[in-house]
Design a protein around this ligand. Sequence first.
Ligand SMILES: Nc1ncnc2c1ncn2[C@@H]1O[C@H](COP(=O)(O)OP(=O)(O)O)[C@@H](O)[C@H]1O
Ligand SMILES: [Mg+2]
Length: 297
Amino acid sequence: MSVRRISTKEYKQVAERMRKLQEQQRLIVKRMSKIKYKIAILSNKGGVGKSFVTASLAGALALNGKRVGVLDGDIHGPTIHKMLGLPTGFGMPAKPDGTIIPVEVPPGIKLASLGLLLPEDDTPIIWRGSLKTTAIRELLAYTDWGEIDYLLIDLPPGTGDEQLTIAQLIPNLTGFILVTIPSEVSKAIVKKAITFANRLNKKVIGVIENMSYFKCPDGSIHYIFGKGAAEELAEEYNIPFLGRIPIDPKIREANDKGKLFFIEYPDSEASKAFLQAAEKVIEIVEGRSTGNGKEGA
Ligand SMILES: Nc1ncnc2c1ncn2[C@@H]1O[C@H](COP(=O)(O)OP(=O)(O)O)[C@@H](O)[C@H]1O
Ligand SMILES: [Mg+2]
């Protein structure tokens, strides 16, 4: 068997890559140490409202007086910048040393997203796992959030590269918030997300049920996707239930128009539910509730 020796040039390249990775991990540890609570929003299903929940929860936490950041971890399909009112291609300021400054949007949310850097809405990001991991690592290493209370990380559906990268790179990830809709199919899939969090020994902070019901103008309530599945899930796994958000066409409209629903309709049932959910999250992560006893901040 012939053994190929690596050349000095190759050795230098590998050493340089290792040095860069170590430097980035050092920066991540430094930046994350200034953030009190780091929470990733997870669901195994797409289209259940993770990004909408992340944006609204960020708004509710900010109104609660918390300093909040949002990181879009959905590398293929970043959308949260639009829900927070910023167009694709808006840009993010960067310092000469490469440090990225998050963009601040009302009501006081700092946002970092690849969506702000893409030239057009229809520009696809066609990357395999390792490039996605690199993008997330670089966003975590180079974004300067300053001292903030909460960093919410919006994730794509599933339990793959992005979710693992976030869970492994962020020291002391406070935990996951799960989003589901009340259908049996969605409930079954969310169980996988719970198992994922448990395997990584990360806390599940709670579950939010989105699209829980539809209230007609005559006041009658319709449970379009079924009733009670998220509460059953919460009970079965001993996870806090954070609240239920109704289906509301105004939510879809506001999101499509790039208006933060939470600000446009502060008196809606959905906005009030988010305020309550934020209070529960604060109670749980800031130490006044039992949670499920797994690793926390
Ligand atoms: N409670 C709701 N009522 C009406 N439309 C909603 C609701 N939640 C989310 N939507 C809409 O559903 C679509 C998917 O939501 P999104 O947050 O992008 O889901 P995900 O991030 O899980 O893929 C969006 O068009 C959003 O505006
Ligand atoms: Mg999304």
